[in-house]
Design a protein around this ligand. Structure first.
Ligand SMILES: [Mg+2]
Length: 479
């Protein structure tokens, strides 16, 4: 069966702002993105890595026709959770560290480079990680603390950057387009990275290039704790020799499909006719082809404009029915948490709104550790509602909103929750996906005070046991 997808390669190129496949001597607009020696000098000497610059080459295939080149910086904290643990306890420096669920059924959330050299990687079952690297220090993880450090980094960036996007707990993008006329982007980026390292103690890698995809790949290549600049004319020579795995949107499945076709480097991928990838993988194939060619027009979306998800309910009849109001808060928050998980997002802020029958409206908001879990959001929403509803007057409307969203899967929280809890969520989401959003709902306030305190106690004793295990490991460590 033949798919009726017909896209001319020239159409794709034109739509992306490129006029032909022929080599061009230089950028028609704007200026060369590499910096004058004076700019480099101004950045000053530094003990860390410097920007590595490719020599100009004649590899360039495409040239922008209508777009001025952009300057996009990607900042990515190295082994973020592990680095936070190391800031808090320097004895972990230089040692294999694995963060993840404490039971054998948990998975690895983050691991240090030392652990990686044993073959350990993220999302691997903890049991396998223990077998591969028994001498590692295993830590359960603390999302609240990681959220705090994540915000510290965001605050530094917000203070200095003209336009930034927080993409995940440990990744930011900054649009520096236009800045090169006044300061060197590379020098500025270097200073910012220095400030972050100095003020937080966390290692961070940066990539500076013409769009988000290339910057992200460049930051990846700069790791650990390095800097990499890829100017317009260096984009293709930089990408060509890399594995297709380095393209952010290529997951395990796509990787294996492409490998089975004999494609392993980005160069091989990008010289395949776009329409062939398109007919093979649909829109996804076209997107992959564009990325392999260093094309990505997606904008940096400022953090304040990043979407929130909200829902509200107006009662047919104004009410003071506590049980019903509470149930409504629970089911609304549940709906939002489900939506977060469906979109693979985590929220860091929760807002509850009530409107009294006299239209007097009150809002309260609360920062929360990054999460997409019902039980975290629901208890926060309930406590916000209790604080809000002081007047005990008839309520006309209630609303719940989650904001401060970043990309991320709930894997982040797996170390905090039992695998049973996670599989419960997955089952609930599957049911909702099949039978609709209202197919399944929790009974409001199922946990009694006794159950809650029992859980807290259990948590505390687990933490203590974990701490003593860690102390033991640290004592046993030999240089
Ligand atoms: Mg990272």
């Amino acid at each position: 069966m033949k798919k009726s997808l017909k896209v001319e390669r020239s159409d794709v190129l034109r739509s992306c702002g490129f006029d032909s496949l022929t080599a061009g001597p230089s950028l028609p607009h704007g200026r060369d993105l590499s910096f004058a020696p004076a700019d480099r000098q101004a950045a000053g000497p530094h003990d860390g890595a410097q920007f590595q610059t490719f020599r100009p080459s004649d590899f360039q295939t495409f040239r922008p026709l209508t777009m001025d080149a952009r300057s996009i910086l990607h900042l990515d904290l190295d082994t973020f959770f592990v680095s936070v643990e190391r800031v808090r306890d320097s004895r972990l420096n230089g040692r294999p560290v694995i963060i993840g669920g404490s039971s054998d059924r948990g998975v690895v959330s983050s691991c240090s480079y030392e652990a990686r050299s044993f073959g350990v990687s993220s999302a691997m079952p903890m049991k396998m990680a223990r077998a591969m690297c028994p001498e590692a220090v295993f830590i359960r993880g603390d999302m609240e603390m990681y959220t705090k450090y994540s915000r510290m980094v965001t605050d530094i960036i917000a203070d200095k950057a003209p336009l930034y996007e927080k993409a995940s707990v440990d990744e930011h993008y900054i649009d520096l387009t236009g800045m090169e006329r006044f300061h060197g982007c590379a020098g500025w980026s270097h200073e910012l990275r220095d400030t972050i390292i100095r003020e937080t103690g966390l290692p961070i890698s940066i990539g500076l290039s013409v769009n988000k995809t290339v910057s992200k790949i460049a930051a990846g290549e700069a790791k650990p704790n390095g800097e990499r600049e890829v100017a317009q004319q260096q984009v293709l020579p930089f990408l060509d020799p890399l594995s297709i795995r380095k393209i952010p949107m290529i997951g395990q499945k796509t990787y294996h499909t492409l490998r089975s076709m004999g494609i392993s480097t980005i160069h091989t991928l990008r010289v395949i006719p776009a329409e062939m990838l398109g007919s093979l993988m649909g829109q996804n194939g076209m997107e992959i082809w564009k990325k392999a060619n260093g094309i990505d027009n997606t904008p940096v979306i400022s953090y304040s404009e990043q979407k929130s998800i909200s829902t509200e309910h107006t009662f047919d009849r104004d009410t003071t029915d506590t049980v019903m109001l509470n149930q409504m808060i629970v089911s609304m928050t549940e709906k939002l948490a489900y939506e977060l998980r469906r979109q693979e997002k985590l929220a860091s802020c929760l807002t509850v709104r009530i409107r009294y029958s006299d239209f007097d409206t009150h809002t309260l908001q609360q920062r929360v550790p990054y999460t997409a879990f019902d039980h975290v959001l629901i208890s926060e929403a309930q406590s916000l509602f209790r604080r809000l509803w002081q007047r005990r007057m008839l309520i006309r409307l209630i609303g719940v909103k989650v904001s401060g969203l970043v990309r991320g899967v709930q894997q982040l929280n797996m170390f905090e929750d039992t695998p049973e809890m996670v599989s419960l969520y997955m089952t609930m989401d599957r049911l909702r996906g099949r039978f609709g959003r209202h197919a399944i709902r929790r009974a409001a306030g199922v946990m009694t005070a006794a159950e809650r305190s029992e859980r807290e106690l259990r948590k505390a004793s687990e933490l203590l046991a974990e701490k003593s295990r860690m102390e033991e490991r640290l004592r046993g460590w030999r240089y």
